[in-house]
Design a protein around this ligand. Structure first.
Ligand SMILES: *Cc1c(COP(=O)(O)O)cnc(C)c1O
Length: 379
């Protein structure tokens, strides 16, 4: 039995996988078990911020593993405290709760909004959003097709149309405690929210004593060309969640609280066994140190370079996204393009009917160009 057969027999059947078994990588290159080389333009769905097998990243984790990898949250550890301080200093947030994934970071955001709502429990999210796979975050996800099999779903969620402030206004009532959204909707096809809309939502929240909850699980950690996307929208969330690229390949979620919400959760309100363990926090600290202004400017420049290379191609209908989170609406079906590119040694993603690019933030320009050249061939 080879790996793919073994996986098909023994791993739960939740994933439709490409027929490729990756064995190792270096930077933005990956190799499969036949020795074939690939350029990685998906980075593990926006996770491998620094590419594969980054030596300084691995060394930071290795050093921490040889000190202490886990202690439980009943004790203090330096990497967790330093990571929380770094996140707060670089965002203006006040406190951080650590977990292991995006869904958990969002669960914490939902629990905090409900507790602070003190009886007001409804959270308005946006149609087409994606917030995770747990029962509450699945319900927050504004895609009814994903809800069907899992009833009964928890009460207390409503959905408004993205980029339509009148629709949001119409959905608000006395039961609402918060509005929750991604600033660029990732999974549902890389849909940008307009800056005017986001600012109007923030204003509406202020006027109605609602919390603004921003899901930066995918858009955060430099992906959109600023440390967090909200920093380019001129708004300040009351709570923001992140995960994916934060530790660049180890599981870590973070829920960041502004001063308005930083003391809502008290002792015993919430917790996690693994969340914020020193090994994952050492990885994230290293990632944040690497995400300096120069790298963030580079993310913007590479995003622009991709747009320039693709925007006038007759096989491209439109390009959406920010920084190195891009969605390309194509004439040919996106799934066919992804399969053709993979066969030619370029691993890229799709989101709904778009080709989706989420390369490592430090992908060398030459490899990016090579990958785009292959994509262009199959447009
Ligand atoms: C991926 C994603 C999640 C879920 O993260 P997991 O780590 O898979 O639980 C939540 N929100 C957004 C915006 C995401 O892109």
């Amino acid at each position: 039995m080879n790996t793919q057969q073994r996986s098909e027999q023994y791993v739960a059947t939740t994933y439709a996988r490409f027929p490729v078994t990756f064995t190792h990588g270096k930077g933005s290159l990956l190799w499969d078990d036949t020795g074939k080389e690939y350029i990685d333009l998906g980075s593990g769905i926006a996770v491998n911020t620094l590419g594969h097998a980054d030596e300084a990243w691995a060394a930071a984790i290795h050093a921490q593993l040889l000190q202490v990898a886990h202690t439980s949250n009943l004790y203090y550890t330096a990497p967790q405290a330093e990571l929380a301080q770094t996140l707060c200093t670089r965002t203006g947030m006040s406190r951080v709760f650590f977990s292991n994934s995006g869904a958990e970071a969002n669960e914490c955001m939902i629990k905090t909004a409900r507790k602070r709502g003190a009886g007001r429990s409804t959270i308005v999210t946006l149609e087409g959003s994606f917030h995770g796979r747990t029962i509450a975050t699945l319900t927050a996800t504004g895609q009814p097709a994903m809800h069907g099999d899992f009833a009964p779903l928890p009460a207390g969620f409503k959905y408004a149309k993205p980029n339509d402030i009148a629709d949001l206004q119409a959905k608000l009532d006395d039961s609402c405690c918060a509005v929750m959204m991604e600033l660029v909707q990732g999974e549902s096809g890389v849909l940008n929210l307009n800056k005017d809309y986001v600012q109007a939502v923030a204003q509406l929240c202020k006027e109605n004593n609602l919390l603004l909850l921003v899901d930066e699980v995918q858009t955060g950690n430099g992906r959109c060309g600023s440390l967090f996307a909200w920093q380019q929208f001129g708004v300040s969330p009351d709570i923001a969640s992140t995960a994916k690229g934060l530790a660049a390949g180890l599981p870590l979620g973070a829920t960041m609280f502004a001063a308005s919400t930083c003391n809502v959760l008290g002792h015993g309100s919430h917790g996690s066994t693994f969340g914020g363990n020193p090994a994952c926090c050492a990885a994230a600290l290293h990632v944040l140190n690497r995400l300096d202004d120069a790298l963030l400017a580079d993310v913007q420049a590479k995003g622009e370079a991709i747009r320039t290379a693709l925007q006038d191609h007759p096989g491209v209908k439109s390009i959406s996204g920010m920084g190195l989170m891009l969605g390309i609406e194509t004439v040919r079906p996106a799934k066919d393009i992804a399969a053709d590119c993979l066969a030619q040694g370029v691993a890229l993603l799709t989101a709904k009917d778009k080709v989706r690019l989420l390369p490592a933030l430090n992908i060398p320009m030459q490899q990016l160009q090579q990958g785009i050249d292959v994509l262009v061939k199959f447009l």
